[in-house]
Design a protein. Structure first.
Length: 153
């Protein structure tokens, strides 16, 4: 068995006496960056924000509104909380599956089913794209706008 030894680093001291300590996670512009050998973002806060917003929608409209109205509210109010700023983060296949799972579970709750085939059918019928698909589109748009920005310099 291989053990990795974690070394403890001294805090960074600035010239005017302020000390910057080492942390495992930090928030920058609403994105949570975690300690890793490569640049990595945490999705836990984004998923919590989605669930908080989705539960608020359910609390307000409950089962009174149609599924179509509920899905439009989720698409407009909750999905942005889940995807906020992630186009700048490199996500793994596992990360994307984790985001998709959030939406699949929501559909299971909304349509009171545990059958993933029914969930996929409902997503297709209502035109509800999974976060992995939306993320790929957002990354493409982000990269093209970034290239345009660099070209203008």
């Amino acid at each position: 068995m291989l053990f990795t030894q974690q070394s403890c680093c001294l805090p960074v001291s600035l010239s005017h006496g302020t000390v910057i300590s080492w942390v495992d996670e930090m928030r920058y512009l609403g994105i949570f960056i975690v300690r890793s050998r490569t640049f990595k973002c945490s999705l836990e806060h984004a998923k919590k924000s989605f669930y908080r917003a989705a539960n608020a929608v359910f609390a307000k409209v409950g089962r009174v509104a149609s599924e179509e109205v509920t899905l439009q509210l989720i698409k407009a109010k909750c999905l942005p909380a889940l995807l906020y700023g992630l186009e700048a983060c490199p996500l793994t296949k596992s990360d994307l599956q984790s985001l998709d799972f959030v939406i699949n579970r929501f559909f299971m709750k909304l349509f009171t089913t545990k059958n993933i085939e029914i969930v996929k059918y409902c997503q297709e019928y209502f035109g509800f794209a999974l976060p992995s698909v939306l993320w790929a589109k957002r990354v493409s748009k982000f990269e093209s706008s970034f290239k345009c920005f660099l070209t203008d310099l």
